[in-house]
Design a protein around this ligand. Sequence first.
Ligand code: MCN
Length: 752
Amino acid sequence: MGQRVLRREDSRFLRGKGLYVENIDLPDALHATFIRSPYAHARIVDVDVSAALALPGTQVFTSEAVGLGTFQPPPFPGLDQRMGRPFLADEVVRFVGDIVAVVVTDSRAEGVDAAELVVVEYDPLPTAVDPEQALAGDALLFPEAGTNICTSHPTERDESLFDDCDAVVSGRLISQRMAACPLEPRSCAAMVGDDGRLTLWLSTQTPHQDRDGLAMSLGLEAADVRVVAPDVGGGFGAKMLAVEEILVSWLARQTGRPVRWTETRSENMIAMNHGRAAVLDFTIGGSRDGAVQAYRLRILQDVGAYPRIGAVLPGFTALMASGVYAIPKIETEFTCVVTNTTPIGPFRGAGRPEATQAIERAMDLFAGEIGIDSVEVRRRNLFASDAFPLTTASGASYDCGDYERALDLALETAVYEGLREEQRRRRAQGSTIALGIGVSLYVEITNGLVEPEFGAVEITPEGEAILRTGSFSHGQGHETTFAMIVADRLGLPVDAVRVAKGDTDEVRQGVGTYGSKSTQIGGVAAQQAAGVVAERARQLAAEQLEANVDDVVLDADVGGFHVIGSPAPTITWQELASRAYDEGRLEELCAEEVFKAGAPTFPFGAHVAVVEVDTETGDVELRRLVAVDDAGRIINPVIADGQVHGGVATGVAQALYEEFVYDEDGNPLSGSFLSYAFPSAAELPLFDRVAMETPTPVNVLGAKGIGESGTIGATPAVQSAVIDALAPFGVRHVDMPANGERVWRALQEAQG
Ligand code: MCN
């Protein structure tokens, strides 16, 4: 392991040979088209479907006809269960995109025509679009609840928290609302088989959880449902079982014909969960020589129209509030409010970027306040490498880390002193292209919910292996890395291991992929199952070699088993499997494991961003980004590099480009790629990734998660770099995305 093996799945992706839900051939399938509210908040007065029904072969279903009730919020303690989402809005719509009716037609084009003939009469209601407005409670989304607060976790305030501090600064960071923008939007197709079982082909991250959720929503047994996730064109945390997909499944049962739905891009932009949308107010205090003594973080989380997992994520923000710093006193609290906007869910990083963004901004402000270089202040407060394992004042138990080494590596690679020198030169020359340098450190939590994962390994009659994993790769390259893990344990070539995933009939159980946990739980389950198979194979080989089992070894160099010290005779995997098959003993070469780790893991790193800002136009260009990301022992450095590159692009996008915006009535203003500034490779430099590995003791692979690291580390470094470039003008803060307009305005304001 640790080898640079190219992603085997890329051959089919790059040649356009991937199989997506949209490619599943279902002759005779009907098409579902959703009729969505154009109002952010309104009472439904009347739905007239008569003209649509007059079109041949058209069926229309409203809330009353479907009768599925409400998609309940997750049963988390303290989450207001009265704020569930009706599958189809019945009396009230609560965001632009809420579903009022669904049309079913023979073709997609007919669906669009029929949808236009459904006439819905609305009576607009006052809106709560901004979370602070929602908190004030003038417009209530659920009047029966009497408040827009769906959950809150207050702490008893310690009024003396900052009493010992010489310097105290406060600030506000808005971690703006973002759209996940997977290249493949949501897509599903449902069919009831001759045996009465329901099959749902679904673009998802969590096939097994979706099978169970779908069965529950439709009142079926899980055994009566099969979910098949073929190739998936990205999820980024946002693809989880949604009301649309349950409705499509219901329609297939209702109509007796296959039904399919693939959303349009503009539908995806308003109807799939958004991410972030947190207002973070912080206060930081310490001594004038740079020791941080206290930190307070208050989170106001906008959860959109209906609370789901978005209402739980601030818990991770609060838990990770301390970042990489040994801060003795920390106070956190969070409040979640519903607003007349698209519901909020997980989006790459999910709760942890917000924590890093807040503490890193706080460190910059604190450094500015005491007049010490911000890198120096960071260094003075880092947890020492010999302090692990440790528990922070915000309650997280970190496994292992070496934060100072990550910082040094990042600074050395970026040639930090040289950059500062260049900055001084430009400032002295009065250059209108200002150089800005930003440094961030981060630590995040992966496998934060400490979940189990399933892995099963079997040997084929040809002596190859099949891994069935409950993890589900939707872009992460598991077909390669998980094959490497199993191949390594079995002493087989990587190409001799096939990875089966995503079909709930083919893989008995699973949890799925999110929270960058697949390798540390699914990977370990795969390795353990392979270990059991290898051991059983050794016993079988010993019988055939007529040797004592303790004397028989598995030798990857010869691809089989022999007596220790004498490679001849060798029984290869092919010979062993073939004989086992002939003797009806192949089943002995199968094993299933469910692995649950004892704790989460805490990847960490340091990023340096270098930007150039045109002080006349406000234009910002990212010139360089150095990323040191330590995710413990790395299985495949090529894939880890790719994950960091994608993650960093998302992190930079939050700092400089992307923001989902509503007007004051709750109308989306960035519902397409024309108005939502999703960057392409052309906007980004080639990132410098510096490898660093501190193996975790939490699992036998020594692996932590890498899937979200880049996103978490990059954003504060880039935001800080922009503000740093503007420091000589007296600019102290620029909200994200720090785009040309915001920078220009900040400059104008600073200059009066
Ligand atoms: N890996 C490794 N060594 C490690 C850790 C991971 O070689 N120490 C490899 C893994 O084996 C795997 C990949 O890196 O091939 C990512 O593994 P891991 O960090 O365990 O994360 P997950 O597989 O659980 O992926 C989830 C993570 C999340 S939460 C989001 S969101 C995300 C991401 O991955 N969405 C993605 N990466 C994405 N990449 C693509 N292309 N598309 C998405 O939607």
